[in-house]
Design a protein around this ligand. Structure first.
Ligand SMILES: Cc1cc2nc3c(=O)[nH]c(=O)nc-3n(C[C@H](O)[C@H](O)[C@H](O)COP(=O)(O)OP(=O)(O)OC[C@H]3O[C@@H](n4cnc5c(N)ncnc54)[C@H](O)[C@@H]3O)c2cc1C
Length: 438
């Protein structure tokens, strides 16, 4: 926490030192830069402790830095706003009567990269596909395709279209894997899962962006390829080129503009390089209430309504007679198949005895009584440790899911034993401050 405060202080210092020395406002600001603004009370209009936001001289809100590139975070009055296009966005309604269900859930993160390897245990062949952290929806389709190709490439096994195949897990990764198996011509498939509802996969925000993972360089390269292939999959659905999804009344996937603090935080450049997304542009996002930020805009972000796509995948798989079995497995040996796809998410920590797996807690607040807005936004507010010593990264994001959803926290190694419920209040305060008065 200390380093975050130091960073914040240094940044305040560096920004305000750039203000004209003769300005009385600037002088008094300089005196006030000893983190004082961030430690004042929780009032709606004040600086929130560690919110990562502050109010500028003109009364606008600005963001704290999260990367070394401080110029990306200059308060808007120091920007040449005249040269940047202004994007007027409607903020979500965040008064108490618009707040709905509060959800805490867990990203299955694997240090190094997701496990997408093939393992031989006795006479069983296990294709692992777990550990996608905060990006299961972002890279899930690509990963499903990849692990199936890995299995097919194994020369010493007899993996045939009529082979009996078990998929462990019914989250996005298990369902996508079963769907891609079908597409590849396999049909004798059983999905075995401890639970089918209220999974991390249902609760996810639905933004396509490869974030909140802890990949080593090799893992990162693979993840970027998976992201490119997944974007293609979703784009096919949007363009009505996927026959399975075309039959459904709602697909749950759409293209909407998405806003980030900068290109690094967006991590979407591999999609721009692949010419799937257009390059971003710098804009001033203006919520029309004094909350105004310099941000980057990607016009062709992919939003996935996770509830709808989970439902759609169930419909498609059921129609093709895929068997669903509810069972909590203790070992692969309990499965009566030679070919297993292990898509157990956090469950793989025990099932595959994987010490590299850890959960990253996220808090979400569903909104109600409002039409979802046609954009997505994600900003990071800084990192610290909570009072349990858990590493915590804070953000504010909005996704147009149902009536809208706001998130979010990223708390490493926090599980259901440490729900950190106080985060909900902080999340709502941060979101209110970021979006300004609606
Ligand atoms: C707050 C939050 C926001 C998120 N936002 C996004 C986002 O915007 N974009 C994005 O791409 N990703 C996002 N994610 C990440 C995404 O939700 C996950 O990466 C994804 O859901 C992981 O899918 P999964 O199928 O591996 O795991 P899960 O959905 O957890 O499914 C695991 C399945 O395995 C089963 N299982 C586990 N152990 C066993 C066992 N021993 N025996 C039998 N079955 C077992 C479970 O019952 C379940 O069916 C977010 C996650 C969170 C928590």
């Amino acid at each position: 926490m200390k380093s975050w405060i130091n960073r914040a202080t240094n940044w305040y210092q560096s920004v305000f030192n750039r203000l004209p020395a003769a300005s009385p406002v600037a002088t008094s600001r300089r005196v006030n830069t000893q983190v004082q603004p961030m430690l004042s009370n929780d009032n709606y209009d004040s600086y929130l402790p560690f919110s990562g936001l502050f109010r500028t001289q003109t009364g606008n809100l600005a963001l704290m830095p999260t990367t070394e590139d401080e110029s990306a975070y200059l308060p808007s009055e120091q920007l040449d706003t005249g040269s940047l296009p202004v994007v007027n966005l409607t903020p979500p309604k965040l008064d108490d009567n618009y707040l709905g269900q509060q959800i805490d859930c867990y990203r299955p993160m694997r240090d190094g990269s997701p496990n997408m390897s093939i393992e031989f245990i006795g006479d069983q062949v296990i294709a692992h596909n777990y550990g996608h952290g905060g990006s299961g929806w972002t890279i899930g389709p690509g990963c499903a395709d990849y692990v199936i190709k890995q299995m097919q490439a194994e020369k010493k096994i007899n993996f045939k279209h009529d082979s009996k195949i078990s998929v462990i897990g019914a989250g996005v990764i298990g369902l996508m894997t079963a769907y891609y198996l079908l597409k590849e011509g396999y049909y004798n498939i059983e999905i075995i899962a401890a639970d089918f509802e209220h999974l991390a996969s249902h609760n996810a925000g639905g933004l396509l962006a490869p974030v909140s993972m802890n990949n080593d360089p090799k893992g990162q390269e693979l993840v970027e390829k998976m992201c490119v292939n997944s974007y293609r999959f979703y784009q096919q659905i949007v363009d009505k080129r996927n026959d399975d999804f075309n039959k459904l009344p709602k697909t749950g996937v759409k293209v909407v503009p998405v806003y980030f603090q900068n290109k690094q935080e967006a991590a979407l450049e591999s999609l721009v390089d692949a010419k799937l997304m257009k390059p971003s542009r710098d804009v001033i996002v203006d919520f029309g209430n004094g909350a105004q930020y310099k941000m980057v805009e990607f016009l062709d972000g992919i939003f996935i309504d996770t509830y709808e796509v989970m439902y759609s995948l169930h419909l498609i798989l059921e129609e093709k007679n895929i068997k669903f079995t509810k069972k909590q497995l203790q070992s692969f040996g309990e499965v009566d198949s030679t070919f297993i796809f292990n898509c157990a998410g956090m469950g793989a920590q025990e099932l595959n005895n994987d010490k590299n797996m850890r959960s990253v807690q996220g808090h979400l607040c569903m909104l109600k009584q409002q039409t979802p807005l046609d954009y997505m936004i994600l900003i990071y507010l800084g990192e610290d440790e909570n009072n349990l010593g858990q590493k915590r990264k804070k953000s504010v994001y909005y996704m147009p899911k149902s009536s809208g959803v706001i998130g979010g926290t990223f708390i490493e190694d926090a599980d259901s034993q440490t729900p950190n419920e106080e985060e909900f209040d902080q999340l709502i305060s941060n979101a209110r401050l970021f979006f300004g008065r609606s």
